[in-house]
Design a protein around this ligand. Structure first.
Ligand code: PEP
Ligand code: MG
Length: 592
């Protein structure tokens, strides 16, 4: 909900997901209610305008047919038939004739004519009693949004990759693959209506170091392209038309951040050793080989999670074994002897890839994703394992499986690795025969049977993003229930402890690579529970080291003991936060 102040400022509040402040012009994507300018035409301009309108209709028809074709392939003709209705709307002669008439008679541009005519139709349809007709209003809104995009030359892909000026992107949603394409030069920051802290869009923003807010609910509706705004990624605020006073206050916030960054620089090349001499490993999460530089600059002691599925996004075919080999080799060689954990691809959930034939599902997070997909699509899995194994001679690589939910899956995945090794051996191709294997602990079932899993791997990595969503039954993407997504829920605390205890018995290393690891307020808790390593976005690592160096393990252990007996998520969070704040108050200065 936008809050309008007497100063003329408009403030929208959402969930802060990537730190930093930026200001600039807003660009609203996917807006069905486009800001439309009216242009008056001269008589000779009219035929060209009519032609432009026809071209936009043709292009929209082609796009709809393409979506329909893809859906028919993946879901069958039944589901795809919804686009028949869209195509019918597009061909509705009463609308088209009226737009043509308005262009000719009123001598206005096609956008204006089309917008006014469809708006009137949509308004009338939305009011009728008949449910069938009311649904046609939705179809019409959808189709008219597409036509309008084509008239305005707003191709989403183009928008993001070739922005002509710096702007703040506002969208209802940005998929992780779209986020990965953002033109960092010209995207000052972004904000979305939906999403939460652990949606991959948010994770990507932190990785790209772009200030970002999600879960704004209706920002894409109430904001208009061209408005001037300030985006505060520390606190989750967008201030439209900021006053001088607001700009001044934010200037101070930015200065605090700059001075904090200077302090953090000292900790960068030091180990994360507590005041009572306990060492925690600090590693980076990366999405692509191109992130090597930011890993080097972050003080990371390795890569705790390479989300390889990003190699599979934004393309028509999966990457070949050779292509993957090059990517893994590059990272291994650049960072050796530091360890690099390559997670086998974790497509599915919010990272969808139609070209790999993963059809839309009712419950994508509970569906055919990650290791489940790989164990069935053997060729894809084998190509990836071979690529990792081949690259393993170039540095210190480890293999990690995502979404393990049972022992059979782990055994099968290990068997695939053994097979791939055999193949390479026969081919005379070198690989590291002692390459370590690890399982992500991100389903409650995996945490509960961690004792069995621990006998078959060398390391665990707690994927708390998913562990929380599956344990608490809270969709990690859904801003409406973001308040229920509680990392300090006693159930989560106990599952982490179960995992650590099982790991200790088998001398298995435990890392945390979910977003909990990068949150200073939760570091005392994780440390006290006994994890060995925290892996987070490179931008977050300096503050983790800075904090750990000011904490005592003994205090963290006392906190963990309390948390394991406590019944309240809020109390656990408060205690952990208080410990972090006491140890390193300056880390919290940018909170308003
Ligand atoms: C997790 O679930 O915590 C994790 C690190 O994996 P991802 O965020 O890629 O699902
Ligand atoms: Mg996960």
């Amino acid at each position: 909900m936008a809050e309008r102040l007497h100063t003329g400022e408009k403030i929208l509040r959402g969930i802060p997901v990537s730190a930093g402040v930026c200001r600039g012009k807003i660009l609203v994507l996917d807006k069905s209610r486009h800001a439309v300018e009216r242009r008056t035409l001269t008589d000779p301009e009219i035929p060209a305008e009519l032609n432009r309108f026809q071209q936009a209709l043709v292009k929209t028809r082609e796009q709809l047919q393409e979506v329909q074709r893809q859906l028919t392939q993946s879901l069958g003709p039944g589901q795809a038939s919804i686009f028949d209705a869209h195509l019918l709307v597009l061909e509705d002669p009463s609308v088209i004739d009226e737009v043509v008439r308005v262009i000719q008679q009123e001598k206005v541009n096609a956008e204006d004519a089309f917008h006014r005519v469809t708006d009137r139709y949509i308004g009338a349809l939305a009011k009728v009693e008949d449910e069938y007709l009311r649904e046609r209003a939705t179809d019409m809104r959808d189709v008219s949004g597409r036509v309008m995009n084509n008239l305005l030359g707003l191709n989403e892909h183009l928008d993001l990759a070739h922005l002509t000026e710096p702007c703040i992107i506002i969208a209802h949603d940005l998929t992780p693959s779209k986020t990965a394409q953002l033109d960092r030069k010209n995207v000052l920051g972004f904000a979305t209506d939906i999403g939460s802290r652990t949606s991959h869009t948010a994770i990507m923003a932190r990785s790209l170091r772009i200030p970002a807010i999600v879960g704004l609910k209706n920002a894409s509706e109430v904001l208009e392209s061209g408005e001037y705004a300030l985006l505060d990624g520390f606190n989750g605020h967008i201030v439209v038309n900021p006053t001088d006073q607001t700009l001044f206050e934010y200037g101070q916030l930015v200065r605090k951040q700059v001075s904090l960054e200077e302090k953090l620089r000292d900790a960068l090349n030091q180990h994360a050793v507590t005041l009572d001499n306990h060492r925690l490993f600090i590693s980076a999460n990366i999405e692509q080989a191109g992130d090597i530089e930011s890993v080097r600059n972050s003080g990371a002691e390795g890569v705790g999670l390479f989300r390889t599925e990003y190699l599979f996004l934004n393309r028509d075919h999966p990457p070949t074994e050779e292509e993957q080999y090059q990517a893994y080799r590059q990272v291994a060689a650049a960072l050796k002897p530091s360890p690099v954990v390559i997670r086998t691809m974790d497509l599915g959930g919010d990272k969808l890839l139609t070209s790999l034939g993963i059809p839309p599902e009712m419950n994508p997070f509970l569906g055919w994703r990650a290791i489940r997909y790989c164990l069935q699509e053997e060729d894809i899995f084998r190509a990836q394992l071979r690529a990792i194994l081949r690259a393993s001679v170039e540095g210190n690589l480890k293999i990690m499986y995502p979404m393990i939910s049972g022992l059979d899956e782990l055994n099968q995945a290990n068997a695939f690795v053994a097979q791939s090794k055999n193949e390479l051996r026969k081919e005379g191709v070198a690989f590291d025969d002692n390459i370590e294997l690890g399982a992500m602990i991100e389903t409650p079932s995996a945490a509960v049977i961690a004792d069995a899993l621990a006998k078959r791997v060398q390391f665990f990595s707690l994927g708390t993003n998913d562990l929380i969503q599956y344990t608490l039954a809270v969709d990690r993407m859904n801003e409406k229930i973001a308040h229920l997504y509680e990392p300090t829920h006693p159930a989560i605390v106990r599952l982490i402890k179960t995992t650590v205890v099982a790991a200790r018995t088998q001398k298995v290393w435990v890392s945390v690579c979910g977003e909990m690891a990068g949150d200073p307020t939760l570091v005392p808790l994780l440390m006290g529970l006994g994890v060995d390593e925290l892996s987070a976005a490179p931008a977050l690592l300096p503050q983790l080291k800075y904090l750990v160096r000011r904490l005592k393990l003994a205090d963290a252990q006392e906190l963990a003991k309390f948390a394991l007996e406590c019944e309240s998520a809020t109390e656990i969070l408060e205690r952990s936060t208080a410990l972090a704040q006491r140890a390193a108050p300056s880390l919290f200065d940018t909170k308003k």
